[in-house]
Design a protein around this ligand. Structure first.
Ligand code: GLU
Length: 316
């Protein structure tokens, strides 16, 4: 079996790059265009803090939907599991991530889970703070602690584009208000959601988030930032819903918790082993990076990272 090394990652990147041609760059994101189609970068940070990077790993992109796991962690810290899951469900959904039809379910109007847009807007409505600015500041502080990167910040142009292109998200939020599902200030929840989507990160930052989840919520200085029972919840929901409506496919083919964003970013958390950050902007129709997805699958197979792999339990 190959060993994790920079050379292995370089080869894995070359193998995965051709998959970029199966995707499209989301050009509604400022500065995203077709010249980025072949970008592919990765950073892996192991439980011992060994760092391996390859490809275009310094490229910075907006978090987009990868922000949903940070929002969920904060809401769980603020309100606990019972309250959070009164607001949003924990079931996977077969529809697209910005679907409105699922909110019309006759028995419950709750969004299916916190990884779809409606769910993440509901989660944003829970994050504590006296103003949007203060709530976003808490989000950013938590993210900076996790990544040990005090330089992380929101990109104003991306934020403006989120607002300008936010008709669907506004529809989801106002629909939830109409059914009594979203009871706080709708515009504030949306504003916070847009800001959270607009924070810029590179592969190392994404990998740090994955490592944080993989190492029991401990930051690089050894501080425990979130209880284990909340982490379990977040990782389970990433596994069942983190890759949009291809989550089942990734659970089978990758077998560890991942979360993707339409910027072509992917966070992977291999429990007890490593955090993975990938950036490859060409995405498929469901919102997942095509080359990034191929790369994660290859890593799982070649490095034997699938949590459900029998090889991981039978030894000697
Ligand atoms: N910012 C976009 C939205 O809210 C995309 C989120 C995503 O990465 O799925 O619809």
């Amino acid at each position: 079996m190959p060993e994790l090394s920079t050379q292995f990652l370089n080869e894995a990147i070359e193998d995965s790059k051709p998959f970029a041609s199966q995707g499209q760059v989301n050009t509604t994101i400022p500065n995203f265009d077709d010249t980025m189609k072949d970008l592919l970068g990765i950073t892996i940070i192991t439980e011992n803090f060994d760092i391996y990077s390859a490809g275009d790993y310094n490229h910075i992109v907006p978090m987009q939907s990868t922000s949903k796991i940070i929002g969920l962690m904060l809401a769980l810290k603020d309100f606990g599991k019972d309250r959070v899951f009164q607001t949003v469900g924990m079931e996977p959904m077969g529809d697209f991530f910005n679907s409105i039809s699922s909110l019309e379910s006759p028995d419950t109007h709750k969004p299916f889970n916190p990884m779809i847009n409606a769910g993440a807007i509901s989660i944003a409505s829970l994050i504590k703070g006296q103003s949007v600015e203060k709530r976003f500041e808490r989000y950013l502080t938590f993210l900076r602690d996790i990544t040990e990167n005090d330089g992380l910040q929101m990109d104003e142009d991306v934020y403006k584009a989120e607002i300008a292109n936010g008709a669907r998200n506004r529809s989801l939020a106002y629909f939830m208000q109409s059914t009594g599902t979203l009871v706080t200030d709708v515009e504030e929840a949306l504003d916070l959601y847009f800001r959270m989507n607009s924070v810029m990160m590179c592969c190392n930052d994404f990998a740090r988030v994955g490592l944080f989840l993989a190492r029991g919520g401990v930051d690089p200085d050894g501080n425990k930032l979130i209880p284990d029972h909340h982490l379990r919840t977040v990782k389970a929901i990433m596994l069942t819903s983190g890759m949009y409506n291809a989550s089942g496919h990734f659970a089978v083919e990758v077998g560890f918790p991942c979360k993707s964003g339409v910027s072509g970013s992917i966070i992977g958390a291999v429990p007890g082993k490593m955090g993975i950050g990938v950036v490859a902007p060409a995405i498929d129709g469901r919102g997942n990076s095509t080359a990034g997805g191929a790369l994660i699958k290859k890593l799982s197979k070649d490095l034997n990272l699938n949590m459900f792999g029998i090889e991981n339990v039978i030894e000697g």
